[in-house]
Write a new protein. Sequence first.
Length: 345
Amino acid sequence: MPRLVVASTREGAGKTSVIVGMARALGKPIGYMKPFGDRILYRKKRLWDYDSALVVGVLGIDESPEQMSIGFDHSKLRFMYDAETTGEKLTELVTQVEAGKEVVFIEGGKDLGFGGSVHLDAISVARKTGAELILVASGSEDEILDDLGFFKHHVDVAGVTVKGVVANRIKDLEDFEATHRRHLDGLGLPLLGILPYCAELTYPSVGFLSGVLFAKVLAGEDGMDRTVRHILVGAMDADAARREPIFSEEQLLVITSGDRSDMILAALEADTVGIVLSNNVMPPANIISQVAERGVPLLLASEHTYSVAKRIDDVERLLTKDETSKIDTLTDMAREHLDLSVLGG
């Protein structure tokens, strides 16, 4: 059975999205684990990793996401395990998740060095589980080549088979292929495929932002999967907002206070996919009804307007299991651009 550690040369390279695309494109029973959880979620008095929860939800895996990680905290892992017992836990975990499966994906941490002090970096995990290593590289072309050159010449992968490289979020596929494939082959890092940059994948859904803000949904629950492309902070009066160029943009999210009925109604005139009410202020019932009739998600957040806007601006854009169009896009991209035959496809 193929065991594949999917690692990245730097943070935010898109490992989880690549795993989702590959796993769905393969169309086989898939096992998954993320030994060192680094995106912690606390749900129902239990801890698990966001990426694990996402993969479980998307692929319909039976195991609970909390069962897919050995731990989430460096200090606790140092206290509980040494190199030998960490290896034993890895063997136990991979045996558990591969039961009845045909391919197992093991996700590494945010970069190659993450987890090194507790024996759970991607190279150590591949070595201890007998898995092959896939590198996901993203960034500018120069950054990708720098990262892969450094990996080849300075990272000790003794005892590990490097399956190859997935170049992710590339804007000119043909140019990258023609210019760099031979160089990567010369490094002994086969190019498994080149995934294109897709702007649609970079935009968050209303539902994702609702979770980030811990917002209460007042109306429009059915529209939570809508994509947000532009954001308007409605601190001005409604007439001034209408004159703003962004007001005429598509897929607009409006942030305003719950006592600004004029702004809420103005938002309904635009291509608004969601309205966030700040300061925990509820609008009048008739305003909520009008928003509900239009099917626009209406979210109530506790923070003030600036804090809401700042939190949205700062958040890392992550995939959610309900974003079916994005998941389908990732699957189609994997089928079209990756050599799935080397993964057992």
